[in-house]
Write a protein that binds this ligand. Structure first.
Ligand SMILES: *Cc1c(COP(=O)(O)O)cnc(C)c1O
Ligand code: SF4
Length: 446
């Protein structure tokens, strides 16, 4: 199929009124966009507006919810106060309100909570996180934004400049020095923001050094990206789309595996012809695409949505990978679901698809001991519990040891769970006292 070349047209809260669809948004929703986007960053683009949002279904349309700030993302009183300050045009008061609300939503000092920077010869290596032995996360500086912003995203402090991005890497030097010393690392996961916001020649500066013979221990290069959903033109009609495909082929030719970790939140994102063509083109280079997303109220809290996403993905050659439980985000209460509900959605979707889609794992929480999988809610000797295990453990030996938490129908996150059967601690809490900052650290959902 041929696609015309398209111009990428982003919108923020100052320019969205120029979008042809703005007319279709009722006045109260426009006001909410204006008020909430003072606090939480807003960005969408013309492709999302034209192809992904069903305007007959707003405001409940899942992609509208995914991109447009909603009134309920702030507390009623906070919303009212900010709206008033805006109406009065009182810049000082607006700034004060915004700062206060952002601090409430992101109480940790900049960078620390999202990033555990490793050291090399006593120096911090910027742009790297190394939590699980075999996989290093890498944050290139030029890849710390996205083609549109997801309203649930916990990375918003870096989009609004609260995190100084001090942790992101300007070049591949720190990464290559680190990997030279760490032969246990087999996987490099390039993440963001969205690394594919970068032009191909910029991305190549980070990837090509890894193709040298001295990095034979790096077997897999992964790129975490939402471009497959928000701007599939990146792989099809952008001026350097073909160059990107050639770059992917060079990774394969160097004997490595390349996986695009495709962030799809809803099947609407995989329905357009161009999105399907993008997938096919990526896979034709020899790369894999793996599908992952958090499960979110108002967006994809429906087994049918997951079934369609996984089965369409598999038909096109992609591999279902993770269903996450969303952790702390700016507007967490708006999106969060009880863990038991997340599990029910997972199970209902999983049982309705063929084995080819059952490569997916979840629901999984990226918490301080590792990726905690909810495996069910059995009743064991009269006590209803959560059956849990770690898919990734901070210590490798913690992985896949079954453990149990007391059943709590309202719990929405791991820190609300307590050990079952009257025990005082989960098994990993016996093993070593974690330093306070490590215990507090919130893992990055890659
Ligand atoms: C999820 C994650 C990874 C990758 O884990 P896989 O199970 O190999 O996909 C690596 N590092 C961190 C910090 C993660 O959260
Ligand atoms: S980093 Fe991912 S989840 Fe966050 S706004 Fe960008 S695309 Fe959305």
């Amino acid at each position: 199929m041929e696609f015309p070349e398209a111009t990428f047209t982003p919108y923020n809260n100052k320019t969205i009124s120029r979008a042809p669809q703005w007319e279709r948004i009722p006045e109260d929703l426009r006001e909410a966009v204006n008020v909430v986007s003072q606090v939480l960053p807003f960005r969408t683009n013309q492709y999302v507006l034209d192809e992904l949002i069903d305007w007959d279904r707003i405001p409940d349309d899942p992609i509208f919810r995914l991109n447009f700030p909603h009134r309920a993302m702030l507390e009623d009183a906070d919303y009212a106060a900010l709206r008033e300050a805006l109406a009065a045009g009182d810049q000082g008061r607006i700034a004060l309100q915004v700062r206060k609300l952002r601090e409430q939503m992101n109480p940790h000092p900049a960078g620390q909570q999202t990033h555990n920077v490793p050291e090399l010869d006593g120096e911090e290596v910027p742009g790297i996180q190394h939590k699980y032995g075999e996989t290093v996360l890498f944050f290139p500086k030029a890849g710390q934004t996205c083609h549109a912003y997801c309203t649930f995203c916990f990375r918003w402090p870096q989009f609004v400049g609260d995190d100084e991005l001090a942790f992101a890497a300007k070049d591949a030097q720190g990464l290559t020095s680190y990997l030279r010393r760490h032969h246990e690392v087999t996987d490099v996961l390039i993440t963001g923001g969205d690394p594919l916001i970068m032009r191909t020649h910029t991305l190549a500066r980070y990837i090509e050094p890894l193709l040298a013979p001295e990095f034979a221990h790096i077997q897999n290069i992964r790129i975490g990206t939402k471009s497959v959903a928000y701007w599939p033109q990146r792989f099809v009609t952008d001026r350097d789309a073909d160059d990107l495909m050639r770059l992917f082929e060079r990774v394969l030719a160097a004997g490595k595996h390349l996986a695009l970790m495709g962030h799809y939140n809803h099947p609407a994102e995989i329905r357009p012809d161009i999105a399907q063509t993008a997938l096919r083109r990526i896979i034709a280079t020899g790369a894999n695409v793996r599908l992952q997303s958090p499960v979110l109220q108002h967006i994809n809290d429906d087994p049918a949505a997951w079934r369609e996403l996984w089965t369409t993905g598999v038909r096109l050659g992609a591999i279902p990978y993770y269903m996450f439980v969303e952790r702390d985000t700016g507007a967490r209460s708006y999106f969060e679901l009880p863990l038991v509900r997340a599990y029910e959605i997972f199970r209902a979707a999983y049982q309705s698809v063929s084995g080819l889609s059952r490569t997916v794992r979840g629901p999984s929480m990226s918490a301080f001991p590792g990726k905690v999988l909810i495996d069910g809610t059995p009743t064991i000797r009269g006590e209803k519990v959560f059956a849990l295990q770690l898919l990734q453990g901070r210590h490798a030996d913690w992985t896949r040891r079954p453990f149990y938490a007391a059943y709590d129908p309202n719990a929405t996150w791991f820190d609300q769970l307590t050990p079952a059967f009257g025990e005082q601690k989960f098994f990993f809490q016996n093993e070593l006292p974690l330093p306070a900052d490590e215990a507090r650290e919130l893992a990055v959902v890659a």
